[in-house]
Design a protein around this ligand. Structure first.
Ligand SMILES: O=C(O)CCC(=O)C(=O)O
Ligand SMILES: [Fe+2]
Length: 279
């Protein structure tokens, strides 16, 4: 039988995701060979993807259909309670909003102090074994709050819900991440691979609300690598990016990374939002 010597964009994304969640390149090559790929092609593909080099893909997929989320329909001044939040910049494809003044300095400091003692190395759940193990693509430490865990978390969750228009119940527990010098989060998508979407747990992730909790002395930018856009962390600002539409498609342009911190440290809080209610 003839061996496969081309991959789809979707399969390429699966490789990126699997690689960055800690699977070894050898395992992925083995899996590709089992699926009928040519061995040299599989090896070469893995080398190029892990070296961040471009590869040619053959696509059957229809293009992502863009819909402007509610937060993008409110103009350049947003309101949450009596707080005015300015849009600093906006990208349409993929949809990204950069927001000023989402949290005050005191609110950022308080969130850091509530999470500091609970940080653990960032882990992923192995899809095959169900095992909780360190992720090679994520060298940061992190922790999760449960929904409405305390008054401070509730205040932040209400603000995000008001800004985005998505109820608190569509959001996962707030995650806080801390990156020290050299730590990073390799290129990844926040949405789930198609086979891991759990319909009765809110379904697919469709947007990410990412808040910067401190100023980073150097490095630590959030980079949307397919766009060539870098967001420089600034205390209290946030980015919202949206990558899931009402047709159930996901936007591959939302690939992003947190580049290594080169001086100081970085603190962020992430709220992942799903299509429907999780709880
Ligand atoms: O730390 C960052 O800038 C990105 C974090 C991120 O991508 C995530 O939490 O999904
Ligand atoms: Fe992410």
């Amino acid at each position: 039988m003839e061996k496969i010597e081309h991959i789809s964009s979707e399969f390429k994304d699966w490789i990126i995701q699997t690689l960055n969640s800690g699977a070894s390149p050898e395992k992925i090559v083995d899996a590709m060979i089992k699926k009928g790929f040519d061995e040299t092609f599989a090896l070469r593909t893995l080398l190029r993807i892990s070296g961040n080099q471009s590869i040619v893909t053959a696509d059957k997929q229809s293009p992502y259909y863009y819909e402007i989320p509610e937060i993008g329909q409110k103009g350049i001044k947003l309101y949450a309670g009596d707080r005015e939040i300015k849009v600093l910049s906006r990208v349409e494809y993929p949809f990204i909003l950069h927001l000023d003044n989402v949290l005050s300095d005191e609110e950022c400091d308080k969130l850091i102090s509530l999470s500091r003692e609970r940080l653990q190395p960032s882990h992923v759940i192995d899809k095959n074994t169900g095992e909780n193990r360190a992720a090679s693509g994520r060298t940061s430490k992190g922790m999760y709050f449960t929904i409405n865990e305390n008054g401070h978390v509730s205040t932040i969750e209400k603000r995000i819900a008001e800004l985005t228009g998505y109820p608190i119940e569509n959001g996962e527990g707030l995650q806080v991440l801390n990156y020290k010098i050299g730590e990073e989060y390799k290129p990844h998508f926040d949405y789930f691979p198609a086979n891991q979407v759990i319909e009765d747990k809110g379904g697919q992730r469709i947007g990410t609300f990412l808040i910067y909790l401190n100023d980073v002395a150097s490095g630590g930018e959030t980079v949307f690598s397919k766009l060539g856009v870098s967001i420089v962390p600034k205390k209290g600002t946030a980015v919202y990016f949206h990558y899931g539409n009402s047709k159930g498609q996901v936007d591959r342009l939302s690939l992003h990374t947190s580049v290594p911190v080169s001086e100081g440290e970085k603190w962020v809080a992430t709220k992942w939002i799903r299509q429907g209610r999780i709880y």
